[in-house]
Design a protein around this ligand. Structure first.
Ligand code: MLT
Length: 453
């Protein structure tokens, strides 16, 4: 028996070295075989693999000679500019997430009656099977909320009397249940973690059908159930901005791939959660905040040269997590700007003034200004680099006093709307299972009998 479930033995260490030594695929081989490594072309653009009506991302426009030139990013949900959508509901002082989910799922903006009915339906679905919280969350408290979310989603399959029916009707029912219950699963997972791993008191508040998704999230999370209107407004905005981002982002593409096999909704959404958890995707918002914490601890952040040197060290894999990344900078599609980051920046500034975080906000601005220059000096880049949605979202959550552990789950609470819309679209378009090709590059060799090796 091994000492612990996670022990890496000498045997595993040796064999891992051996598998690394036997790995001989080089970047040049991708060029030689004309393969789009990571489904990206030579300029880093994603290979086009589908059509969608759910959202459109624009980062280039035609120049005078018809060539495509980078422009400020634009994002449309079902054809509606995200900036107009946000200013529309904010101008009327109402929450926008429910309206956004309606738009994404049904391709129409709801009128007042549609919106009230939809919000009521979501509220009706905001409940979990009896004993589910006790059996699935409290009895096996984990340290990673995304992992608990996936586990809960897979477990919900067993409570569904019709889990495998992939008719649009049934999948829509399952999707609305997930959109409604994700905030509860994320918050309860955190409260259980906080109790069992951090020794804090345990409480479980039920959702209130009269509250919006953002308000419910905050009231379930806080012992006294209290939140300010500004806090709820900002969380609602973050949910709207994270709800959807085309078919190519890793978790939504995962949803398409897994859905195309004809599998059930729980399997598809659990797979998407697994993707979103990664630090190169939804996990990046936590990394941004941790990177800033590390910077504040290791350099004098009032000295711009010191900040510049720290950013250089990050790219040289000599600081923070030594991955060679400045988290929150750059995007697969956007170059000059990510419209979501622009909106969040305005909101982060407003919040920093209210919460006394002006200095920290100024540091974020400095990094946003210096990082593109430094990345340009150190890396071969094909397009501009600017802050992405993760850059300011972590700072905003920090100012809202939300725990790190919930940053990526908040992304999931929101993105489950986009995944659902894409799953339904994949079912509507389905023709064949998604099945790309790989070129086998290992030369043929003879099988050597065991006693001759
Ligand atoms: C997203 O919103 O999913 C991220 O910006 C990542 C992406 O679009 O690839």
């Amino acid at each position: 028996m091994k000492d612990s479930y996670s022990e890496i033995t000498d045997y595993i260490r040796d064999m891992a070295n051996r598998t690394n030594q036997n790995h001989s695929i080089t970047p040049e081989m991708y060029r030689k075989h004309n393969v789009n490594r990571g489904l990206r072309d030579m300029n880093g653009n994603g290979v086009v693999t589908g059509l969608t009506e759910i959202s459109t991302i624009l980062s280039k426009e035609k120049g005078p000679d018809e060539t495509l030139i980078p422009c400020h990013g634009r994002l449309y949900y079902r054809g509606i500019n995200i900036k107009d959508l946000v200013s529309g509901f904010q101008k009327d002082h109402r929450f926008g997430f429910e309206e956004t989910v309606y738009l994404l799922l049904f391709s129409e903006l709801p009128n007042q009656k549609d919106l009230s009915r939809f919000t009521e339906e979501l509220a009706n679905y905001r409940s979990l099977p009896p004993s589910f919280v006790r059996d699935m969350i409290l009895k096996a408290p984990g340290k990673d909320m995304m992992n608990i979310l996936s586990r809960c989603v897979l477990a919900l399959y067993a409570y569904d009397e019709n889990p495998d029916d992939i008719s649009v009707e049934n999948v829509l029912r399952q999707s609305m249940q997930m959109i409604a219950t994700f905030p509860m699963l994320a918050v309860y997972a955190y409260l259980s973690y906080r109790h069992y791993h951090q020794g804090k008191s345990l409480f479980i508040h039920n959702p209130d059908p009269a509250l919006s998704t953002a308000e419910n999230f905050l009231s379930m999370l806080r012992e006294d159930g209290k939140y300010t209107p500004l806090e709820a407004k900002i969380l609602d905005l973050a949910l709207v901005l994270h709800a959807e981002h085309g078919g190519g982002n890793n978790s939504t593409f995962t949803t398409h791939v897994v859905t195309s096999s004809g599998t059930d909704t729980y399997s598809a959404i659990a797979a998407a959660l697994g993707s979103l958890k990664g630090p190169r995707h939804g996990g990046a918002n936590v990394k941004v905040v941790q990177m800033f914490e590390d910077m504040k601890q290791t350099v004098d952040t009032s000295d711009q040269d010191a900040v510049r040197r720290y950013l250089q060290l990050l790219l040289d894999k000599e600081a923070f997590d030594r991955k060679g990344l400045i988290y929150g900078m750059g995007h697969a599609v956007y170059s000059k700007s990510d419209p979501r980051a622009d909106i969040l920046k305005v909101c982060a500034k407003e919040l920093s003034e209210e919460k006394g975080f002006q200095e920290e906000f100024a540091l974020y601005e400095t990094v946003a200004r210096l990082a593109p220059e430094i990345i340009g000096e150190k890396r071969k880049i094909y397009k501009g680099v600017s802050p992405n949605v993760d850059f300011f979202s972590g700072l905003i959550y920090k100012m809202l006093e939300l725990p790190y552990e919930l940053y990526t789950p908040i992304f999931a609470v929101s993105r489950v709307a986009g995944w659902s819309a894409h799953r339904i679209e994949e079912i509507q378009n389905a023709e064949k299972i998604l099945r790309p090709a790989y070129i086998g590059v290992k030369p043929e060799r003879p099988y050597v009998p065991l006693n001759e090796r």
